[in-house]
Design a protein around this ligand. Structure first.
Ligand code: HEM
Length: 419
């Protein structure tokens, strides 16, 4: 294959949920969480404790709102309460000043900003992430990556799409939009998944590109960031500094590569395990929109996001003290039977109805249209190139695993012929 110098062995290692990289997110956790989520929702919208405790996970966890052992934890499980937690940014915020002994949050990342500061910074990058900009992403980065990855395995009789296809597409899309070479993209992935240790690697790779775009902007995301202007508290306007650009870049990589990889795997499994849906998508690529939304409703890759309680308040009949953490279980909310019939079924033929798998309120996923574009372009190309593609029944049956980041452990397919 020309063009994509990817080390396939390293990809398998970096994107293997069983590797150490994913241990602190419950990488190989195999328990189906949904029966527990249903039981909790039926017994009250808000419970003391965290979702992983409810599921019996005993290992370390490192995720938004975790571990924070000094603070009380609560969790919400129904649609309405979870939507309230994500929307009400007066009572529920993404950062509070750390208690003694707690690590500081990365304050250059919009995910950890609140209120006006969050709005101002998010507005800077929003224009590159609106639906109308999807074509910019597809034409510049996504299509080429998809075609080159397919060329690499097109002559193999069988392939694990999870590692060879779903995993690299989002990584190469974002690193491509930064101007980082394919050879360096895997170093970037290793840096981002190292629980905060890898910021220096990213800085080493990105700083020369930032300097070059400050001199001469191009048609890419770093150029957008270095030209962006934001008003300080005193209303003085300034351009983003290097640390702010790095903070944005780090967040986009962390938020945008692992998520879309796993959601694309979940979507492909859903499709390949439901012949009627697969036939409908083959006949009409427009149907992929329903398939993708249903996948994010049915099994969102990130099932839980958390907020700090900013002031004493009541939620779902439970008193929450200021400083506590509340975990909104989006996965449980997305299967709330008061909103969806047969909520445990993957059924892309059901009418589209808003879910909260991409979040809700001010921090709603910035990259959701890019994620949708990646999944649509990727799956559509597979259907075009492999009219006989089907699950490989000789391979070990795939499972959806993980705790705070969930996805399939493989998506094994046979590409040609019947068998
Ligand atoms: C299917 C894939 C994806 C899923 C399921 C997903 C899900 C989410 C969710 C649930 C949130 C809200 C977090 C919260 O409220 O605390 C979020 C925020 C965010 N996502 Fe995504 N995401 C995906 C792909 C992406 C991609 C591709 C990008 C970037 C290219 C991205 C960038 C972000 C950013 C920057 C935020 C923070 C927004 C803010 O704080 O204003 N995401 N995502």
């Amino acid at each position: 294959m020309s063009g994509l110098a990817l080390d396939r062995a390293r990809i398998r290692e970096l994107f293997d949920l069983r590797s150490d990289v994913y241990a602190t997110r419950g990488g190989t956790f195999e328990v189906d969480p949904y029966p527990t989520f249903h039981h909790l929702r039926e017994t009250g919208p808000v419970h003391a404790g965290t979702p992983h405790e409810a599921l019996g996970w005993k290992g370390d966890v490192f995720f938004q709102g975790l571990p924070y052992p000094q603070r009380p934890h609560f969790s919400a499980y129904d649609f309405e309460t979870c939507a309230t937690v994500l929307k009400d940014d007066r009572h529920f915020v993404t950062s509070l000043p750390p208690l003694p002994g707690e690590p500081p949050l990365i304050d250059a990342a919009i995910l950890f900003m609140n209120g006006r500061q969050h709005r101002d910074y998010r507005t800077l990058v929003q224009p590159s992430f609106v639906p109308g900009r999807a074509v910019w992403w597809i034409e510049n980065w996504i299509s080429r990556t998809v075609e080159q990855l397919i060329d690499a395995f097109a002559h193999d009789p069988a392939v694990d799409l999870n590692t060879e296809f779903c995993a690299p597409i989002p990584l190469l899309t974002i690193t491509g939009s930064f101007g980082i070479t394919v050879e360096e993209a895997l170093d970037v992935r290793a840096a981002v998944t190292s629980d905060g240790q890898g910021a220096q690697t990213l800085a080493r790779l990105l700083m020369p590109i930032v300097a070059a775009r400050r001199d001469q902007p191009g048609d890419d995301l770093i150029s957008v960031l270095v030209q962006a202007e934001v008003a300080d508290e005193g209303a003085t306007v300034h351009r983003l500094g290097d640390q702010e650009v790095l903070g944005f870049a780090f967040l986009l990589l962390a938020a945008g590569s692992g998520t879309t990889w796993k959601q694309m795997g979940i979507t492909l499994l859903g499709l390949l395990q439901h012949p009627e849906a697969l036939a409908a998508a083959r006949a009409d690529r427009g149907f992929l929109r329903n398939v993708i939304e249903e996948s994010v409703r049915w099994t969102p890759t990130d099932p839980v996001f958390a907020r700090f309680v900013a002031e004493d308040c009541e939620l779902g009949g439970v008193e929450l003290p200021a400083g506590a953490i509340v975990h909104a279980c989006l996965a449980a909310a997305n299967r709330d039977p008061s909103r969806w019939d047969r909520p445990d079924e993957f059924d892309p033929f059901r009418p589209l109805k808003p879910h909260i798998g991409f979040g809700h309120g001010p921090h709603t996923c910035l990259g959701m249209h890019v994620a949708r574009a990646e999944m649509t372009t990727g799956i559509s190309a597979l259907l075009d190139r492999f009219p006989q593609m089907r699950l490989d029944r000789d391979a070990v049956a795939p499972k959806i695993v993980g705790l705070y980041e969930r996805g399939p452990d493989s998506v094994p397919v046979r590409l040609e012929g019947e068998g």
